[in-house]
Design a protein around this ligand. Structure first.
Ligand code: PLP
Length: 427
């Protein structure tokens, strides 16, 4: 049987790790079955513990934009490791990567490095609150900003609703400061602002959503948020943990030409090591300790191995035409999937921007959380397992985006399209 060793490893893991995984999305709960255990990966391929090879469309949920075990990144980490792995003192490489990031991303003067996307978003909101002297924030249903308390608030169906926690352990006190809005619905945001006039510190958003499938903003939506924020003294926070250094050198700010006040990073910026960061113009960043009163810290923040990986990654992204190549490859895949699913008579939607793409098994356009949730999950499960069996690894949930890496060849894409054609016959 395939997946034999993975099944055995999963059984062992469950005895000592809750659910056998250190992050819930890995557990295959949405699709059923046993998670496959990764053994190693190179370029566009991952090999599991049963020595089966897959063409990769998760890429560590985004970071491996140049493919796995990319030589310049690995070399940089190995060389650094020989000189010590952590000092608790400032190092030159932190300034080097900060300068590079600031030069690549529009509209930021300073950046602070942390250890995850969660930390970046959590710190960005604290900074926005400290800077504006206000408490509340608006987030959008279906947008994910990490697992810190204030973000784990469920979508209510009412147009304007106080958040209620969707994880035990998040207090009502925390939840009441998180206001929920509908993605791509500017009128909804206006109403919420009107009902909380003078109390909102920031609006945080994935400017291209990637955690309810891939959902680009409709025309005028981000621009409208910018205008509202300016009119009401609210900071606009772009959570570019997924889109930063993926959709363009300068992320969505550059791609769609809308400026944020604070930008959060993670995933690609760490080259596969644990890194997050948040950045803004000087006036805002100077509110952070030790310059200002807003506290934020980290024993391993700016860790030399993580900075070496991130720097090698950003340098390469800054030089080449990676983003155009990725765009072309993703457009090619889109066209191929369109053809085979249409021929098979399947009802579906495909959303795509840059190297992010998602397939939804539903009739209507997917523009927000509610429309994304209408996708047929039984069809998705079959689709997922069918592809897995045929050696194509996509994320184990209909709410996840596929991330292409530059290591994918057109031959890999053709093989993927053929696998999808094959699976479509079984749906
Ligand atoms: C992954 C992700 C996060 C959380 O990052 P972690 O490194 O997992 O803590 C936050 N925001 C967005 C948009 C993400 O995709």
């Amino acid at each position: 049987m395939e997946y034999k060793r993975s099944s055995a490893l999963f059984a062992e893991a469950q005895k000592v790790i809750p659910g056998g995984v250190n992050s819930p999305v890995r557990a295959f709960k949405a699709v059923g079955g046993t998670p496959i255990f990764a053994k190693e990966a190179k370029g566009a391929y991952i090999i599991d513990e049963d020595d089966k090879q897959y063409i990769e469309y998760i890429n560590s949920w985004g970071p491996m934009i140049l493919g796995h075990a990319h030589k310049p990144v690995i070399d940089a980490v190995v060389e650094k490791a020989k000189k010590g792995t952590s000092f608790g003192m400032p190092t030159a490489i932190e300034t080097e990567i900060a300068e590079l990031a600031v030069s690549m991303v529009p509209n930021i003067d300073m950046i602070r490095f942390v250890n995850s996307g969660t930390e970046a978003c959590m710190s960005a909101v604290r900074l926005a609150r400290g800077f504006t002297g206000k408490d509340k924030m608006i987030k959008f249903a279906g947008c994910y900003h990490g697992h810190s308390d204030a973000f784990l608030i469920q979508a209510g169906s009412g147009a304007v609703t106080f958040g209620s926690p969707n994880s035990p352990g998040v207090t009502q006190g925390t939840a009441k400061d998180t206001l929920l809005a509908r993605f791509n619905d500017l009128e909804n945001v206006k109403e919420i602002i009107a009902q909380n006039e003078g109390e909102i510190a920031c609006i945080i958003i994935e400017p291209v959503a990637g955690n309810m499938g891939c959902i680009p903003p409709v025309e005028g939506f981000l621009e409208g948020l910018r205008t509202l924020c300016d009119a009401h003294n609210i900071l606009l926070v772009f959570d570019e943990v997924m889109t930063g250094f993926r959709l363009a050198k300068g992320g969505v700010q550059e791609l769609l030409g809308v400026d944020a006040d604070i930008v959060c990073f993670g995933k690609v910026i760490g080259g596969g090591l644990p890194v997050g960061a948040f950045a803004a113009r000087k006036e805002i960043m100077e509110h952070l300790a030790p310059l200002g009163p807003v506290y934020q810290a980290g024993t391993l923040s700016g860790n030399p191995l993580a900075m070496a990986a991130g720097l090698a990654m950003l340098q390469e992204l800054n030089e080449g035409d990676v983003f155009q190549r990725l765009h072309d490859k993703t457009a090619y895949l889109h066209k191929g999937i369109d053809k085979v699913l249409t021929e098979a008579g399947i009802t579906y939607q495909i959303n795509r921007i840059g190297s992010m793409i998602s397939v939804h098994f539903c009739e209507e356009a997917v523009v927000d959380f509610a429309s994304s949730a209408k996708g047929n999950n039984d069809t998705f499960k079959k689709f997922f397992h069918g592809l897995l069996d045929r050696g194509v690894y996509i994320a184990p949930s209909a709410f996840e985006t596929w991330f292409l890496s530059d290591a994918l060849s057109y031959e890999d894409l053709d093989k993927t399209i053929t696998a999808i054609e094959d699976v479509a016959k079984t749906l």
